[in-house]
Ligand binder design. Structure first.
Ligand code: MTE
Ligand code: MO
Length: 426
């Protein structure tokens, strides 16, 4: 790397320290990462096409899409996974995203029978079972109830599932990309249930989707009345078909498979309907052959999204921004620690942006890379005091046969060229 940014890392380190504590003014003469000699750069001195010709008018892009230069920022799937029963899944490109909100077109998708295409005028939500009055709502009916706006993450219980036995997939998109976080608009489930009147013995709720899988999930009434929603919008616009248009269930902090898409029926009962569900698919098998059931909360977890295998360090040594995501189904993230040397030294990361319960949190750690090999890890702690475990701790607790609910600490190995690989260290 050329320019002043690559010289004298020691003095730059002290500059950085000053900058971060508000003392930037004193070091105005040494640019942090800028370059000298910009006057000889043709991109600065010459007239460019975008400067010379008129651009497209306001009628050219009635629904905007990202820049042509961002074409690589897409959901991706893993070919060898698709013949498996846990098929029909693609992954959020976490390493390309900023902040805490996932753009609608990049939210990972997981379907059991593909995307149902439903005209909102033809959609109905029915409530039956142990209620005073069974009811049917149209979408227009639902939009006459008071609304709420809430930001939540949704994580599939199978996220990081391929990583149980060891490092597998090379990129946080694949190891951690079955998570997204959007602002939902909808009606609280409590409002809908109160409209129908839940009978005293109504302790469970069955939620059913209108897609060809007719997916159903049992949800304890306590959770249903607490913070669940029936949502019709995400990030300010109607739900995307992939995410359950026109209506989906939102079950904050709990595993993704309960968030029934294309929601068409809610049945109140006095016991769970587990015999009708594919519980085996979402049950953690312990080494003694017993199943770990009723594990609905997605526990505290984090991952460094940059640098990472799909986002290597290309700028060489010097000022480096480490960035990542942390979340907990139990509440907010109180703290994230990061290490660059495989856990010998931990540093408290800076959480930036909103800290909302059961939503993604964005963290940063700025450091001066000396070009030596690194082992990057992050470890999140939530506001209930839960600490993200190591993968070894998880395996000791649950044995090697688990797939679901892997919230273990992820390690990225950075070599001296800045190339990054998914590894495990112990
Ligand atoms: N009706 C219906 N709802 C569904 C599913 C489905 O296949 N059909 N998949 C579930 C699973 S396993 C997950 S992880 C989430 C994924 O939500 P997303 O596609 O919006 O990311 O939806 C859940 N809701
Ligand atoms: Mo899932």
């Amino acid at each position: 790397m050329d320019g002043p940014a690559s010289t004298k890392s020691a003095s730059r380190r002290s500059f950085l320290k000053g900058a971060l504590t508000g003392g930037a003014a004193i070091a105005a003469s040494t640019a942090l990462v800028g370059r000298a000699g910009a006057q000889s750069d043709p991109l600065v001195t010459d007239i460019q096409d975008w400067n010379r010709y008129l651009g497209e008018g306001v009628d050219a892009r009635p629904y905007g899409t990202p820049s042509q230069f961002e074409e690589h920022v897409v959901r991706r799937n893993v070919a060898w996974l698709t013949s498996d029963p846990i098929s029909s899944v693609n992954f959020t490109p976490l390493h390309e995203l900023e902040g805490i909100i996932t753009p609608n077109g990049l939210c990972f998708e997981r379907h059991h029978a593909g995307i149902a295409e439903i005209a909102p005028a033809d959609h109905r939500l029915m409530i039956n079972g142990l209620v005073d009055q069974p009811l049917i709502f149209t979408m227009d009916d639902l939009k006459r109830f008071p609304r709420e706006n809430k930001v939540y993450f949704l994580e599939c219980a199978a996220n990081s599932g391929m990583e149980w036995r060891g490092a597998q997939l090379n990129g946080c998109q694949y190891t951690h990309g079955m998570v997204h976080c959007v602002m939902y608009t909808g009606v609280s489930l409590r409002t809908i249930l109160e409209e129908a009147g839940v009978k005293a013995n109504g302790s469970w709720l069955l939620a059913e989707g209108a897609d060809a899988s007719a997916m159903t999930r049992s949800i304890p009434m306590e959770k249903a009345l607490d913070d669940c929603m029936v949502a019709f919008a995400m990030n300010g616009e109607a739900l995307r078909p992939e995410q359950g248009y026109p209506l989906r269930l939102v079950v904050p902090g709990w595993e993704g498979n309960m968030w029934v898409k294309w929601l068409r029926r809610l049945e109140v009962g006095d016991q769970p309907w587990h015999h009708r569900e594919e519980t085996s698919k979402y049950t953690d098998l312990l080494s003694n052959g017993k199943a770990r059931r009723f594990t609905w909360v997605m526990e505290v977890k984090s991952v460094i999204t940059n640098p990472s295998p799909q986002a290597p360090i290309k700028h060489g040594r010097g000022h480096t921004v480490l960035s990542g995501l942390a979340w907990s189904g139990n509440g907010t993230i109180k703290r994230v620690d990061v290490t660059t040397d495989g856990g010998r030294n931990w540093h408290q990361a800076r959480i930036d942006g909103p800290s909302l319960p059961m939503a993604l949190h964005r963290f940063y750690y700025e450091f001066d890379w000396d070009g030596s090999e690194l082992f990057l890890q992050s470890r999140a702690i939530d506001d209930k005091g839960f600490v993200q475990p190591t993968k070894d701790e998880l395996r000791t607790a649950r044995g090697p046969n688990s797939i679901y609910h892997n919230n273990g600490i992820q390690t990225w190995h950075v070599d001296s060229d800045g190339v990054i690989e998914n590894v495990e260290i112990s």
